[in-house]
Design a protein. Structure first.
Length: 123
């Protein structure tokens, strides 16, 4: 799998996308269901990644051990504490870094662990 990105776009195996995406260790790609978190944008000044959104994401994933969250190019996407508590409670590891680092982290782990990545492509 090859992933390239810059501010405002991401390319996965030659598929050019201009929205936040979720990628799993099996190579499945789908759009981040950001609409589920949009109501909290005023609270954070940016649409956060919420537990409600994450629950929708994992409906599409068979199993996972690690979640990598790419918070954008300046690391501006907030991740709600409620989501982090949920991941701790279900004993899942997580990594929260800016999107370029998240891409590297995902690519280095995808053949070794059941990893899913959420990539925010702006901010």
């Amino acid at each position: 799998m090859q992933i390239f990105s810059d501010f405002g776009w991401i390319e996965v195996d030659s598929k050019h996308l201009e929205e936040d995406i979720v990628v799993d260790y099996e190579g499945n790609i789908f759009e981040r269901p950001k609409y589920l978190s949009r109501s909290k944008k005023k609270l954070y000044g940016h649409t956060p990644l919420t537990l409600e959104e994450f629950r929708e994401i994992i409906k599409h994933i068979k199993d996972f051990d690690v979640v990598i969250i790419g918070t954008g190019y300046q690391g501006a996407m907030p991740v709600e504490e409620e989501l982090l508590k949920f991941l701790r409670d279900i004993n899942k590891k997580f990594v929260i870094v800016d999107t370029p680092k998240a891409i590297d982290e995902f690519l280095s782990r995808k053949n070794k662990e059941k990893v899913i990545a959420i990539f925010h492509i702006t901010c």
